[in-house]
Design a protein around this ligand. Structure first.
Ligand SMILES: Nc1ncnc2c1ncn2[C@@H]1O[C@H](COP(=O)(O)OP(=O)(O)OP(=O)(O)O)[C@@H](O)[C@H]1O
Ligand SMILES: [Mg+2]
Length: 376
């Protein structure tokens, strides 16, 4: 198969700008996820790739075929896109049993009955629908219908798989199992998967590339851990990660040839400052990159423990100071108690800085922490 290119793709529905000048290169063999909140344009993008929706303008093509080009007035219907794709949807054929729903595509491909039986047996075990094969879609729960739809798609082994929130109706355990199965399947088949989800954990754990979208715009397109550790802006930083990243208002201050980030309770010295005009910034630090130490005396740098949330493998501690709440993740358990005083230390390599106004990441590296507790 081939890489898929989306170039300056726009989709309007009347006044609604669903997809705003989107450009993406979806690499052959990748597991690419479109991630973003409800209404950000994920499904619309997927449907335009499939040919189920015609863009308002732009180009969609592979190395071999132009799917759509507004400039050349070209629109290739879904069936001719040579995608070998099956679009995931709930639309099971109501007059066919589960077995026949899954077998249909295989019969069209002229698979022999023995192989069909083998394929369906395997896939129905995988998706835990063996008991349902003789039922009709109307006799299934939402989760069961979703699994049958997924079984039907996976059984035909398409080279490009377009999946729109295929696990949304499954319970937590089944969803976890299915993530592992889908990732394994991608590994085994080398298919190109384009996956839509609003679940950041699903995107991080399964994908080779993630496009984080908001309001029809791709905010960042990068490998998942890059998205997590080096978010391009405060939207991406905030959307990815659970519990959320701490975003702390701060000032960038130049003095005597040195630049500091001043958060009130902590000052960090910056190595070089290529942003002389910027003053108002936001410091981003993830809960697992803050350390707490108990102190006995209150000072301008101390926080108070607000609440403790033990979860077994980890504990989340909320701390507060002057109306600023931070979330800290501690491995395992803690003997800290509510109302105790603590001091924070940041993992300086993992501090990220954003301009307050635009929300965009500033490339600043931290040299060291100075004058803790000194209120500037
Ligand atoms: N047929 C349509 N007519 C008018 N507006 C539409 C249509 N389809 C989608 N939209 C609008 O386009 C925007 C993007 O919709 P889309 O379905 O792509 O979002 P999504 O990211 O898939 O959201 P969700 O996570 O809720 O599925 C939304 O504002 C939606 O209301
Ligand atoms: Mg959608």
């Amino acid at each position: 198969m081939a890489t898929i290119y989306l170039e300056n793709v726009v989709k309007r529905y009347g006044d609604v700008l669903a997809v705003d000048n989107l450009s993406l290169e979806i690499k052959d063999g990748s597991f690419t996820t479109l991630l973003g909140p409800s209404g950000c344009g994920k499904t619309t993008t997927l449907r335009m790739i499939a040919g189920l929706e015609e863009p308002t303008s732009g180009t969609i093509k592979t190395d071999h075929q132009v799917f759509y080009s507004s400039q050349d007035g070209l629109f290739l219907p879904p069936g001719k896109r040579n995608l070998g794709l099956v679009f995931q949807s709930y639309a099971l054929w109501p007059h066919m049993t589960v077995w026949d729903n899954i077998a249909f595509g295989l019969k069209v491909k002229k698979m022999d009955p023995g192989s069909i039986k083998k394929t369906i047996t395997h896939i129905s075990e995988l998706l835990q629908i063996e008991q349902l094969l003789q039922r009709y879609p109307s006799e299934l729960s939402g989760s069961q219908q979703q699994r049958v739809a997924l079984a039907r798609v996976l059984a035909s082994k398409p080279e490009i798989l377009l999946l729109d929130e295929p696990l949304s109706n499954l319970d937590a355990k089944l969803r976890m199992d299915m993530r592992a199965e889908l990732k394994r399947l991608h590994h085994e088949t080398g298919a190109t998967v384009i996956y839509v989800t609003h679940d950041q954990l699903e995107a991080l754990t399964m994908s080779t590339m993630v496009a984080v979208m908001n309001e029809g715009i791709v905010r960042q397109y990068a490998p998942p851990l890059d998205i997590y550790f080096n978010p391009a802006d405060t939207f991406v930083a905030d959307f990815v990660g659970n519990p959320k990243i701490n975003l702390i208002p701060a000032k960038l201050q130049a003095q005597d040839g040195q630049t500091h980030i001043d958060m009130g309770f902590l000052r960090l010295r910056v190595q070089d400052n290529p942003y002389p005009g910027v003053e108002n910034i936001v410091v981003g630090i993830r809960p697992e990159h803050i350390k707490l130490s108990r102190v006995s005396q209150a000072s301008p740098s101390t926080f108070q423990v607000f609440s403790i949330l033990p979860a077994g493998a980890e504990t989340y501690v909320r701390i507060v100071r002057d109306n600023l709440y931070l979330t800290v993740r501690i491995d395992g358990l803690t003997d800290l108690k509510s109302d105790e005083l603590v001091k924070v230390t940041f993992d300086l390599d993992l501090v990220r800085v954003f301009e307050q106004k635009s929300g965009n990441r500033l490339s600043l590296s931290i040299a060291n922490a100075v004058l803790e507790g000194h209120v500037g």
